[in-house]
Design a binder for this molecule. Structure first.
Ligand code: NOJ
Length: 743
């Protein structure tokens, strides 16, 4: 070869090499595009299809796809739910690796409050008002779930809930958009850790988009009818916070919103989520919700359901099979474009790439890691810590609590004293070892030292037999102090668990009355996933702790509080009504033209003639074994421009005998505006630890964002005028207030 020929030849080789390298997709978008080009329409539709793995169903299962493993091998399934554990997920992934393009499956699961170790129910954790602790709980759940083969949790549920009849209040953060937004952020950060691609990160899923918490009458799956202003003002903020925190996925919901089912709601998914908010992840439907639009009367069959849903922006179909059965024909009929299908597939494949599943589809399938990561001492300690932080001290007259360590005997009475697996609450998984759950009784046995523990069950949870009352009375008579563990069954809250009557069930309150008649110092622990009604107890029992469902470490956490080894600092994230007739009841309501000025003010005011307006326990309420004083409120200035800010400060002092934490709450009210504003809205809080006698100066900055709201055109605006700042220990316990002007 002469020199010229040699040079030409070398050039040719390097050009070919360069073009090959250039053609190799490098970035995730390039890889997704390259893969999309190789996919048939059927394979694309398969990616949009999510099926239940038949392990545990939360809805009706359609069994018409034959053998699921075969369907996976044919590329007809992109994701499965309800398959947990390395062994099972690996078996399914192996089937996916036999498909033509070897696209890995995504394993989704309701990891709502823990995986192997169960943490308190989300509403309970919300009562901690402790963002680092809430984030840590989600972090641990994600670490364990990822080690168990899962890459995707259907959490956090960020639905605002103002109706305790709705069984799903237990899954969320309560009634307040500000607190709910902070908790949504903490949970998304917790689940996703340092980001997808890390072995301990799983995708979060903000659900149920949107307004599911406002189901009429508190009845699950029911319709929602609300103004768009309320939607934007109250129900959307936690979703926006989840999107801003980087939630990888969203789930739409069962309800219709003003007549359009959420699963086909273009306004929610295309205009708001993917449009205005720039969400880059994907949207999954709720279980069967696309098919259920036939029952809604929104579409006449599965074909129309699939069309409405995919065009509205619902990317993945959970268990309704509308996509797998109808999308191909819809494309052939030109009702759905290939571009629409590609967009949905692209969003899903992007997440699979980000999770690293194309590099190694078995990276979440390491049996050694699965054993190593679960139930570590650090995880258990964190579970105990957040459980203590979730317990709300509703009442503590005559300092019945904390208990003295020198008592001769304590009587433990009630149907939940020895309950173990019940402590996990609804939406917990059967992955962990139930023998590790600590009941109240076991916790007390550990902590009681020389104190003699007596026990009587007394009655059942819902059964109305009083046969055990006598024995319980006699047992109480022998003790120095009585502790009663009462409540609902864990399956009385959760999905499809709405109650019209939210009283403490069965004859439990009668048993409390009977035991109270002994005259012994009495502490009642109430376990439930929702606010219950228990007026007699609230009015007559000196000490009441609301413990929700606290998870594995329940018994230890409760005894930590009972003995004062931990000083309670939790605050209610949701209003407790006096009775069902007050529902919906929430603190941040409007004033009306005829507000009742006091609970007995029924004289042509907005009131009931048979019931005060005020709740039994208000949003933000929760006591401590110590007391706090609020003083010295100062404003850096008394007026601000909307480009400016005001700094407010006050002194918080621990005036009691115990070290303790207070959640100091800041509320604002705009006195005159159009449209009108609520009588108070939480705009900030600080959780502060103080030693006895210690004082700290707390500051709070008021800026434009804190004063803004949505007008009738759904624009976020501020209006000049007078504002009131209220600082307090609860929404009904305001200790300091002052006003300022927005110029
Ligand atoms: C139905 C529930 O509404 C949803 O929250 C859950 O994630 C799915 N079932 C899957 O279990």
């Amino acid at each position: 070869m002469n020199r010229i020929k040699q040079t030409v030849f070398l050039c040719l080789i390097s050009c070919i090499a360069a073009s090959i390298t250039n053609a190799q997709p490098k970035t995730i978008p390039q890889k997704v595009d390259a893969l999309l080009k190789r996919m048939t329409l059927a394979e694309k539709i398969g990616q949009l299809n999510q099926l239940n793995g038949d392990w545990e169903a939360t809805g009706p299962i359609t069994k018409d796809l034959g053998n699921k493993l075969d369907a996976i091998k044919h590329g007809e399934i992109g994701s499965v739910l309800n398959i947990v554990g390395v062994k099972h997920t690996r078996a399914f992934q192996e089937a996916a690796m036999q498909s033509r393009l070897k696209i890995p499956l995504l394993f989704g699961q309701d990891v709502i409050h823990g995986y192997s170790i169960t943490f308190p129910i989300p509403l309970g954790e919300a009562a901690s008002w402790d963002m680092p602790a809430i984030e840590r709980s989600a972090r641990i759940a994600a670490t364990e779930a990822a080690a168990g083969g899962i890459q995707w949790t259907f959490a956090p549920m960020v639905d605002i809930a103002r109706d305790p009849r709705w069984g799903r209040v237990m899954e969320g953060a309560g009634e307040d958009p500000y607190l709910g937004s902070l908790i949504a952020t903490a949970r998304v950060h917790g689940f996703q850790g340092k980001g997808l691609g890390n072995l301990d990160a799983i995708m979060a899923c903000a659900k149920h988009f949107a307004a599911y918490g406002a189901a009429i009458g508190g009845r699950d799956y029911n319709s929602v009818d609300m103004s768009l202003r309320t939607l934007w003002e109250v129900y959307l903020p936690p979703f926006k916070a989840a999107a801003d925190a980087g939630a990888s996925t969203f789930m739409n919901s069962f309800n219709d919103l003003n007549g359009t089912p959420a699963s086909a709601n273009r306004y929610l998914m295309r205009d708001i989520l993917k449009g205005k908010w720039g969400f880059k992840g994907f949207v999954v439907s709720d279980w069967g919700s696309i098919g259920e639009m036939i029952n809604h009367g929104y579409v006449k069959d599965g074909y129309e359901a699939a069309e409405a849903s995919i065009n509205a922006g619902s990317d993945m179909d959970m268990e309704s099979r509308s996509y797998i059965n109808h999308l191909a024909k819809l494309v052939a009929d030109k009702k759905v474009t290939i571009a629409t299908i590609d967009e949905a597939v692209r969003r899903i494949l992007t997440k699979k790439f980000e999770l690293g599943l194309f590099d190694d589809p078995y990276r979440f399938s390491d049996a050694d890691r699965e054993k190593r990561v679960m139930n570590t001492p650090e995880h258990l300690e964190a579970a105990r810590d957040i459980a203590r932080k979730s317990i709300v001290l509703l009442k503590n007259e005559h300092n019945v609590l904390p208990l003295s360590k020198d008592l001769n005997s304590i009587a433990l009475i009630g149907p939940l004293v020895k309950a173990k697996k019940e402590m996990k609450g609804f939406w917990s998984l059967d992955v962990g070892d139930e023998s590790q759950i600590v009941s109240l009784y076991e916790g007390m046995q550990q902590a009681a030292g020389k104190t003699n523990l007596l026990y009587a069950r007394g009655c059942d949870i819902t059964d109305t037999s009083r046969a055990g009352f006598d024995e319980a009375y006699k047992t109480a008579m022998q003790a120095d102090v009585v502790i009663m563990a009462m409540g609902e069954r864990p399956d009385m809250t959760g999905e499809a668990k709405s109650r019209s009557n939210i009283h403490l069930p069965g004859v439990q309150e009668d048993l409390i009355k009977a035991i109270s008649a002994t005259g012994k110092p009495l502490v009642v622990l109430l376990m439930s996933g929702r606010p219950m009604v228990f007026n007699w107890t609230a009015d007559h029992v000196p000490a009441i702790l609301y413990t929700w469902w606290l998870g594995n470490q329940a018994g230890n956490a409760m005894t930590d509080i009972l003995y004062g080894n931990y000083n309670p600092g939790a605050k209610l994230p949701i209003t407790f009504p006096r009775t069902e007739g007050q529902i919906p009841i929430y603190y941040n309501h409007l004033n009306t033209g005829r507000p009742a000025h006091a609970d007995n003010d029924v004289n042509y005011t907005s009131a009931y003639i048979d019931l005060p307006n005020s709740p039994k326990y208000a949003f933000g309420h929760g006591l401590s074994y110590t007391t706090f004083s609020y003083s010295n409120l100062k404003f850096s200035k008394k007026s601000m421009l909307k480009t400016g800010s005001i700094t407010v400060s006050f002194d918080l002092q621990n005036t009691g005998k115990y070290a303790g934490e207070e959640v100091a709450q800041f509320y604002l009210r705009q006195m005159v505006s159009q449209p009108v504003r609520p009588i108070k809205e939480l705009k900030g809080f600080q959780k502060v630890m103080l030693q006895p006698g210690e004082t700290k100066t707390i500051t709070f900055t008021i800026d434009k964002e804190k004063l803004a709201f949505y007008n009738d055109q759904l624009e976020r605006i501020t209006q000049p005028g007078e504002f009131q700042l209220m600082v307090g220990s609860a929404s009904d316990d305001i200790r300091l207030q002052g006003d300022f002007q927005l110029l």
